[in-house]
Structure formats: C-alpha cells, structure tokens
Design a protein around this ligand. Structure first.
Ligand code: TXA
Ligand code: MG
Length: 313
C-alpha cells in the first residue's frame, strides 16, 4: 500500500484516486480543480447535470464552502459527522460550478473512515467524490469492486477494507425558511434525523428530471433483470436460473446456492452492509433473473427498499 503522503501527491497533481468511506467507495479528485473534476465525469460516464458531493475533513471546514449554514444543519452535522449524511447548502464561489452542475447549492459530507480522514487532513483542498461505479450501476463496497470496473484507468485505489455502512449517505437539503428536505434515503435513518432536528419532508420521488439524480428511476441497477418477488409469477420462471436476495430466510422454491441471505438474525444494519455485495455477486452468476424480498418499511429498511425499487427492470 502507498504511504498516505504519496496519495496526497497524486491528488495534488490532479489525479483521480478511489477512496474508502463508511458508505461506499468514492472516485475522488481535488474539488477545486476543474480538470480533475472533468476526469471524474469522464471515467464514470456520468452526465454533467449530476452534481458531485464534496468531502471535507471536519465540521468546522463547512464554513469555508457555504454562504449560509442554518442552525439545524449545524446541529445535524455536529451530531452525525463523520458519518453517512450529506448536507446540501448554498455554495460559496470557491466551489466550481462544474462540481454542482451549475446549481447554487453544494453537497458536503465528512466521511467516517480513518484512512480517508487522514488523507483529507493532509490535503490543502476538499475532495469531490461520487460513488466509484460506472453511472447507473451498483455502488462499490470493496476495493475489489472498484478494481473490477476501473482497473488501471485510475491512478490508485486506496484499500480501506469493506464499507461498514454499505449504502450511500442520506442527503438533506436546506433552503431558506423551508423545512429540511430529504432528497435521498441512505445510511442515516429518517428516524435518527428527526430525533435530532424534528420534522423533515421527503422528496425522493422517482422521476426522469430529478432534483437529485439519486432520484433517477433507473439507478443502482444490476445487468441481470431484477424484480420484486411480488411482481413475478413463480410458475413461469426458470428457477434454476434465478438468483434471490432475501432478508433472513431463503425462499423454499429457489435453489439455496442461488440465494444471498443478508442477515440471518434480522439486523437491518447487517442487511444494508451486504446489499450491494449481494447484487454484484448474483449479477456475476449469469442468472436470467434476480428476485428480491421487500424489506421492513422502517429505519434502514426504507433505504434498502429504495435501492431495490430503482434497480428493478
Ligand atoms: O455516501 C455517499 O454519498 C457516497 C460516498 C462516496 O461519499 N457518494 C455518493 O455520490 O453517493 P454520488 O455522486 O454517487 O451521489 C451523489 C448524489 C447524487 O444523486 C447527486 O445528485 C446528489 O448527491 N447531489 C450532490 N450535490 C447536489 C446538489 N448540489 N444538489 C442536489 N443534489 C446533489
Ligand atoms: Mg452514485
């Protein structure tokens, strides 16, 4: 593994480096360098209308990049950073328009991973980093996932082990005088957010012209068609060529080796951590179909169901 000082050098030269976070791996570059940012969009085949999240070293750094930092946003940040929470706030000019797709708002987050925090503290600039997957595909939760897709096309992959949360950050937007709005469900549950700051509203509707491209209706998708079990006629599918993602108990009509059980003891935290691994693992099995259960509609179960809905074909 390269010493952190050499990773600092690569990023300072404007190179793209994959970084571990607690949620998913990111494809990172200097957020203040437009050439470096362009390279991320090209590598990911990502449309320029889809803004990037800026990763900062600690909560106090937020002030350097936002015009307005309301009390409720500060309260969330002080409670949950480092952690799976992205705040969308009015940006300062120092953040290039390319990062925010021309929007006057920037997404900020302090990731909870010791290597990446060490890196951010050693850098003189913040890191823009989308999830390290080709646009539309399942996000990576290990260094191997990143390697499978980007191989030698990026300068370096900083291996920080498997991601402990396993699903992207929850995105909360703050606009003047409006209730905070959740734009993407993720690794921090709505229940925890509301416990901290009170009522929030939800705007996560699937559509093709989204406020946050995490709302795109087709996203996080496997190449193998994926359907909720309630949508298929079990009699008419080839069960030997069907994979399944289940919470704690396998389906009795699908071969057991085709199934990925996310948490035998019904932990939504464990299920979240394994979700993208299971999707990628089954996608590599050449099945005709992947079927999934609907998870409990509470806590992290809401985020799991959101990703499964968007991965459906
Ligand atoms: O957990 C995460 O958030 C991971 C890790 C690497 O930090 N990052 C991530 O990035 O999921 P990405 O680019 O795959 O998803 C970022 C989402 C996109 O849907 C984007 O539209 C939204 O954040 N976003 C970023 N900046 C925004 C802005 N200014 N306004 C609205 N949405 C924004
Ligand atoms: Mg993504």
């Amino acid at each position: 593994m390269l010493p952190i000082t050499e990773v600092v050098d690569l990023l300072t030269e404007g190179k793209v480096v994959a970084i571990p976070t607690e949620t998913v791996y990111g494809l990172a570059a200097n957020a203040l360098n437009e050439n470096a940012i362009s390279a991320i969009f090209t590598l990911k085949n990502r449309p320029f209308f889809d803004p990037l999240i800026v990763h900062i070293k600690d909560e106090s750094a937020a002030m350097d990049y936002v015009e307005y930092y309301p009390a409720l946003a500060q309260k969330l940040a002080k409670t949950f950073w480092p952690g799976p929470l992205t705040l969308i706030l009015p940006k300062k000019d120092v953040i290039p328009d390319l990062v925010t797709s021309g929007l006057p708002f920037v997404g900020l987050r302090v990731p909870d991973h010791p290597l990446t925090l060490q890196l951010l503290k050693a850098l003189t600039f913040p890191l823009a980093a989308p999830s390290a997957n080709p646009f539309g595909y399942v996000s990576p939760t290990s260094a191997q996932h990143v390697k499978d897709q980007f191989g030698d096309s990026i300068a370096y992959i900083l291996d920080g082990g498997p991601c402990k949360v396993g699903i992207e950050s929850t995105i909360v937007m703050f606009e003047d005088n409006k209730l905070p709005v959740i734009l993407r469900l993720g690794g921090l549950s709505i229940e925890k957010i509301e416990e901290c700051i009170g009522k929030v509203t939800l705007d996560i509707a699937k559509n093709s012209k989204p406020n946050s491209p995490g709302q795109l209706d087709k996203h996080y998708a496997t190449r193998t068609p994926l359907k909720l079990i309630t949508e298929v006629d079990v009699e008419s599918i080839n069960l030997a060529k069907t994979g399944a993602i289940v919470f704690n108990k396998p389906f009795d009509f699908i071969p057991i080796e085709n199934q990925r059980i996310l948490s035998t003891n019904k932990s939504l935290t464990e299920a979240t951590q394994k979700l993208f691994w299971a999707m990628r693992d089954l996608d590599a099995c050449n099945f005709e179909l992947i079927v999934t259960e609907i998870f409990p509609q509470e806590g992290l179960g809401l985020a799991i169901n959101d990703r499964l809905q968007r991965a459906r074909s």
